[in-house]
Design a protein around this ligand. Structure first.
Ligand code: AHR
Length: 568
């Protein structure tokens, strides 16, 4: 980065829009014709951040309300179109967003779930009282989950029960999932024989192993997962993972340790100090982070999904933007010089209070508006800007829940605006994230007066809210295509009623052509429902021709845009 560029950025950041525009017109690095632009985006391809892991667009489903039963699982005999009992619309939609990984069975449900209950003949499975005050039929279990993943074409991510099952059940669950069929070399003087758990799996319908790589070692162990201290959890993590069976180099075991509630860096620091006190941390691959954005500035999991003021709109997006701090704070708090362990943000989303659920038995289901689409864009852009740190992220939860891509009730189905944003961000996956500077007037958060509640179901603590919201935010990535470099730029304009004419420049390169997709609506309260499944949907963006290697583009008010730019 040149000194001039750095100082100009610093200047622009502290400038008002008018001053910034003047500076740009006079500045040497942006020595281009004066434009009428209201805002500026500068992409710096020679400042790569990291490869964007496709897994940051991953998913999460839990035995909760109408997520599994009705949402995902309708049963083989159902009149609702299904593939071996799995709702066909669910599969098709997950394929449409090329879902990379799917987390199950919880959430809080995981730490009282016995995986043995969900295998074997369905009509013989026990019904259990489970977390969330539910009776679970166990009709949907391990095999059904893996069949769901296979139908989608995604990797399974299992959250293991740490609170109520012993370590032996953890490694035997791995054995049941991953031991190959047929005789296994004994690696001893004993003869090769079939593995008993693999044979049981075959008897239950799947001779081929499930090859599960991602294993969550517990869930929210500071809360519903056991009310543990970081030191207690570290000791248990070490015991559960000290020895586990592995069978193939193609199926590396990647363990995810329970991380903080929101921005509780104290948990992360103490956890890593404790883990570091014993250097053996086999297969610790990720640190789970949960950060939910409450629909209320003052109360967790409150506020209305559909009725909100302009102030509440900006406040939610400002508090959602806090995800950036969550990512950078925990990255530092891990104190891991080599940073072999990455962040796995395996629960995120906007969480509202009751009022818009599909029906009372669909616990935690809620509607999703354009506001949630904007939060989705802001959040995915944060993960993309921190591609060197975030290895996976799982939206909570994919269907009939907190920040869903789909709503389904019996034979009724719709996608939400959030689904469209996931689709629009597809070109980023696997590309190289590059530094991008946005200059636009920021928005004052009118509700930034209180400490905001943080975290998940077992929320504790509070954080200082973001006082301002970025006027434009986004990220850019570069992928090599057959005939040159292809740049993807995603941008969120959160201003409710202000479009931004924006000058886009690529440092050291020229834009030769551009096309795009935009998600915008007349009203930020707009949403899809069963009667109006296409009320909110993306459109082709009106994109002009670049001039002198730069592009002037207008980002509509309250919109998410993907631009695909071809570079010289
Ligand atoms: O996603 C709902 C709940 O939120 C999860 O079960 C839990 O992990 C979190 O507190």
């Amino acid at each position: 980065m040149t000194k001039t560029l750095a100082s100009r950025r610093a200047f622009l950041k502290s400038s008002t829009l008018a001053a910034a525009a003047t500076a740009l017109r006079d500045g040497s690095l942006m020595a281009h014709a004066a434009t009428q632009a209201d805002a500026y985006i500068e992409i710096v391809p020679n400042e790569p951040i990291g490869t964007i892991a496709p897994e940051i667009y991953s998913h999460f489903i839990e035995h909760l309300g109408g997520v599994i039963y009705d949402g995902v699982w309708v049963g083989e005999g159902s009149r609702i179109p299904n593939v071996n009992g799995i709702r066909k619309d669910f599969i098709d939609t997950m394929r449409a967003v090329q879902a990379p990984a799917l987390r199950w069975p919880g959430g809080c449900f995981a730490d009282s779930y016995d995986w043995h209950d969900g295998i074997g003949p369905r009509d013989k499975r026990p019904a259990r009282t489970a977390f969330w005050g539910q009776q679970d039929t166990n009709e949907y279990g391990l095999h059904e989950f893996v069949h769901t993943c296979r139908a989608i074409g995604c990797k399974p991510y299992l959250a293991a029960d740490l609170r109520s099952l012993p370590a032996r059940d953890f490694y035997q669950e791995i054995e049941y999932c991953n031991a190959p069929a047929g005789p296994i070399a004994s690696n001893s003087a004993a003869r090769a024989v079939p593995n008993t758990l693999a044979a049981q799996r075959a008897a239950n319908g799947d001779s081929e192993p499930f090859n599960v790589e991602y294993w969550g070692v517990g869930n929210e162990s500071w809360g519903c997962g056991g009310n543990l201290t970081p030191e207690e959890y570290a000791a248990i993590f070490r015991r559960y993972t000290a020895w586990t069976p592995s069978y193939s180099k193609d199926t590396p075991l990647r363990f995810v340790a329970v991380g903080p509630n929101g921005d509780d860096v104290g948990w992360t620091r103490r956890l890593f100090e404790s883990l570091h006190s014993n250097p053996e941390r086999p297969r610790l691959w990720g640190l789970s982070v949960h950060y939910y954005t409450s629909g209320s500035a003052t109360k967790f999991a409150a506020g209305d999904a559909l009725q909100f003021s302009d102030g509440e709109f900006y406040d939610l997006l400002a508090r959602g933007s806090f995800m950036e701090r969550v990512v950078t704070d925990h990255w530092s708090a891990m104190g891991d010089a080599n940073h072999r362990v990455k962040l796995v943000v395996d629960e995120w989303g906007a969480w509202y209070g009751k009022g818009t659920e599909l029906a009372p038995q669909y616990n935690l289901s809620q509607q999703s508006t354009m506001r949630d689409a904007l939060l989705t864009g802001i959040t995915l852009d944060i993960f993309q800007r921190h591609a060197d740190k975030v290895a996976m992220a799982n939206v909570a939860q994919t269907i009939n829940c907190i920040h869903s891509l789909m709503l389904a009730q019996e034979d009724k189905f719709t996608v939400t605006p959030t689904f469209h944003v996931f689709r629009m961000y597809l070109p980023h996956r696997g590309a190289q994230s590059v530094r991008t500077e946005f200059t636009a007037p920021s928005i004052k958060n009118p509700l930034a007066i209180e400490q905001s509640p943080v975290g998940g179901n077992s929320a504790v603590g509070s954080i200082k809210p973001n006082a301002t919201l970025a006027g434009l935010s986004g990220s850019a990535s570069i992928a090599s295509s057959g005939n040159g470099k292809q740049l993807t730029l995603t941008v969120v304009n959160p201003h409710i009623d202000r479009p931004f004419s924006t000058e886009i420049a690529v440092l050291g390169g020229g834009i030769t052509s551009a096309k795009g997709t935009v998600l915008a609506s007349h009203d930020v309260h707009d949403h899809n429902d069963f009667a109006h499944p296409e009320a909110v949907k993306p459109a082709t963006a009106t994109v002009g021709s670049p001039s002198g290697g730069r592009l002037i583009h207008t980002f509509p008010a309250a919109s998410v845009t993907t631009l695909e730019l071809a570079l010289a």
